[in-house]
Design a protein around this ligand. Structure first.
Ligand code: COA
Length: 239
């Protein structure tokens, strides 16, 4: 997508991460220039957010500069610096954040996790199916140091489902109640799972068959080893 201003003067890298202050990475300049730059970044985010909503048939954009300002989310932009006679163009937008979720695996076991969440993803029509989406998505995974299966996807479209299948071999999503999906490998329980265990009272009377009604279920997390546990904790997958 092209703009009235020189995109390469605003974004100095092929992939930029924009957070709630709307200041591009590597920004240098005085106060007046900063206001101008922030306004241009806002314009880019609003235009791509609007086009994304249109492409997905949504009545309202999922991404706007105002929404980003009031969030802990990140918008990643892919920049084609060769386009528009060297003035550059924006080749894609992806909005990520972390979200606390209750998720069910295929066996119906429930987990509470805080996980990377994909809110929005868009490549302008004239650049789709040319690899820009993969480039942007891979860059985001690398920057956040996460695997594709660790991400939860909000209301994925068919193009996105195909995209995940084609590039990452992710098939057969596990649909969740509130319209997001996850994939095998997302759940801590592939190696780790929540197992109900019975905790018996020391009290003789409570161990009597009648007292069994007072036996309390206790839920524990089982880890194959300490490194595994640390990995899940460090990635906040245990919430
Ligand atoms: C999904 C999207 C971001 C992928 O970006 P992209 O630059 O087209 O992706 P890449 O070129 O890296 O990969 C192409 C693959 O993505 C999938 N794909 C992309 N567009 C598709 C479409 N219109 N229909 C079906 N699959 C599509 C296919 O698997 C495709 O491979 P193929 O061309 O061999 O069939 C982009 O198509 C898009 O913006 N779509 C409209 C908005 C949207 O649906 N966003 C997802 C929000 S949940």
């Amino acid at each position: 997508m092209e703009f009235r201003f020189n995109v390469n003067e605003v974004f100095k890298q092929p992939i930029v991460e924009i957070t709630n202050n709307l200041i591009p990475p590597d920004y240098t300049g005085n106060r007046r220039m900063l206001t101008d730059t922030v306004s241009k970044v806002g314009e880019v985010i609003n235009e791509l957010g609007f086009a994304s909503a249109k492409a997905q048939g949504l009545s309202r954009p999922l991404t706007s500069s105002d929404k980003l300002k009031n969030s802990e989310h990140s918008v990643y932009l892919a920049v084609d610096d060769q386009a528009n006679y060297g003035r550059g163009a924006v080749a894609g937008l992806l909005k990520m954040g972390k979200k606390s979720l209750y998720v069910f695996d295929r066996q119906g076991r429930e987990y509470k996790v805080t996980a990377p969440f994909l809110f929005d993803f868009y490549v302008p029509e004239n650049r789709q199916r040319m690899g820009w989406g993969k480039y942007l998505y891979d860059s985001m995974l690398l920057k956040r140091d996460i695997d594709p299966v660790q991400v939860a996807f909000d209301q994925p479209t068919n193009p996105l489902l195909n995209f995940l299948d084609k590039h990452y071999g992710m098939k057969d999503p596990v649909k969740q109640n509130t319209n997001f999906v996850v994939y095998d490998g997302f759940f801590p329980n592939q190696e780790v799972h929540i197992t109900p265990q019975l905790e018996y009272s020391d009290d003789e009377d409570e161990r009597h068959p009648v007292g069994k009604s007072r036996v309390k279920p206790k839920y524990t997390l089982e880890f194959p080893d300490e490194d595994e546990e640390e990995m899940y904790r460090s990635k906040n997958l245990l919430g």
